[in-house]
Design a protein around this ligand. Structure first.
Ligand SMILES: Cc1cc2nc3c(=O)[nH]c(=O)nc-3n(C[C@H](O)[C@H](O)[C@H](O)COP(=O)(O)OP(=O)(O)OC[C@H]3O[C@@H](n4cnc5c(N)ncnc54)[C@H](O)[C@@H]3O)c2cc1C
Length: 340
């Protein structure tokens, strides 16, 4: 290992927790690296990038895609090293106390402390298990909605029974020509009020599932639905199909790192410390008595974890960073911002 390869803090995961931690650790003058399994920062937020977010403190309603941009911009303020497309699989401590993280690519990363911010793990979409379905993925079979306008004046069929499926059904109903919702159970796992509005205003078919896809070339033009109660089949013509069957997320090897888990999540104490010295957790992957499973909660966890890591490395360091209004690091930047 070359000296420049050793980081003060390595953050596994580039979601809201990891991004905010990178910024905050920069305020604490730590040398930081983020390792993200995907090719970009943003984490789970990419799965609802077109949705409006209302509940991040101080930020008026904002499209999630824009929020990702703001978070990513803030994350790189102190120029952390960014590593994309690597999934961390192993964590070991060498004899000199350095923690060595091994990625699925074979790359090794050396660090003095680790922040585990892996959310619900690397999430993989649950795809439609019908033969040939992948043929339509580049055209009109979707697993996420990235642009609402695409669905304007179209006949849209949504398959799914969770909050996202119901939210999309209601939002797309504002622009689409017709929205059909199919779900294999009678009950939806979504906010009751939204389910009631959806049932009253849209074409909702339960218990029902997509049985066959009908396409020409790589374009889907109809689906056969099966009513699971009666067995009856119906052919429905469609312009766009959205499948929202959730995610298979896995922590991968996290469970093999010898850390204390609770219900599959990383148990951390009031200082965000995991059960191994120098290892901390933040965001949706952790469990602690005050956990708030929101973006705002991820920020708080992240600041706490970074402060703990700083004090682990430098026991005499302040318990927390100087607030940004007093932090010398911003003096020059503030001047240029106020001039603007
Ligand atoms: C449908 C839906 C809507 C939501 N709406 C809101 C909302 O309106 N407001 C709100 O505050 N919250 C909302 N949330 C919750 C919010 O998305 C989460 O609280 C937030 O994403 C948690 O951030 P995180 O950084 O902990 O994890 P994530 O956002 O899950 O990020 C974790 C990152 O770690 C990466 N990763 C995982 N394992 C590894 C590994 N081994 N190696 C490298 N990288 C790895 C993943 O690829 C991912 O990028 C919503 C959640 C859902 C599901």
């Amino acid at each position: 290992m070359q000296p420049e390869e050793l980081y003060d803090l390595t953050i596994i995961g580039g979601g809201p927790a990891g991004m905010y931690a990178a910024f905050y650790a920069g305020m604490r003058e730590m040398r930081v690296k983020i390792i993200e399994g995907r090719e970009e920062l943003g984490g789970f937020l990419h799965t609802y990038s077109e949705k409006m977010i209302w509940d991040v403190g101080g930020i008026p309603p904002i499209r999630c895609a824009r929020l990702i941009e703001h978070l990513a911009e803030q994350a790189v303020t102190f120029m952390p090293t960014l590593v994309f497309g690597q999934r961390v699989e192993t964590m070991e401590r060498s004899a000199d106390g350095v923690i060595v993280l091994g990625a699925d690519t074979g790359a090794l990363h050396y660090t003095r402390t680790v922040l585990i911010a892996v959310g619900r793990g690397v999430a993989e979409l649950q795809k439609l298990e019908l033969e040939g379905a992948e043929r339509y993925e580049l055209t009109n079979l979707h697993y996420t909605v990235s642009r609402v306008e695409r669905f304007r004046d179209k006949r849209v069929l949504i398959s799914g029974g969770g909050n996202s499926a119901v939210d999309w059904a209601l939002e797309l109903a504002e622009v689409a020509a017709h929205v059909t919702v199919v779900h294999r159970k009678d009950e939806f796992r979504a906010m009751e009020r939204n389910v009631t509005i959806m049932r009253e205003t849209l074409d909702v078919r339960t218990p029902c599932q997509i049985e066959r896809l009908h396409g020409q070339g790589d374009h889907l033009y109809a689906v056969t639905l099966t009513d699971l109660a009666s067995g009856a089949e119906a052919l429905v013509e469609v312009d766009e199909v959205i499948v929202n069957h959730g995610y298979n997320s896995s922590f991968g090897a996290l469970s093999a790192w010898g850390l204390e888990l609770e219900d599959g999540l990383l148990r951390v104490d009031a200082d965000a410390a995991a059960s191994m010295p120098g290892v901390y957790g933040a965001g949706d992957c952790v469990v602690h008595p005050g956990k708030v499973r929101l973006i705002a909660g991820a920020f708080t966890d992240a600041a706490l974890a970074v402060n703990s890591a700083k004090q682990y490395l430098e026991p005499d360091a302040h318990a927390m960073a100087y607030v940004s209004s007093h932090n010398e690091l911003f003096r020059e930047r503030n001047k240029s911002l106020t001039r603007r």
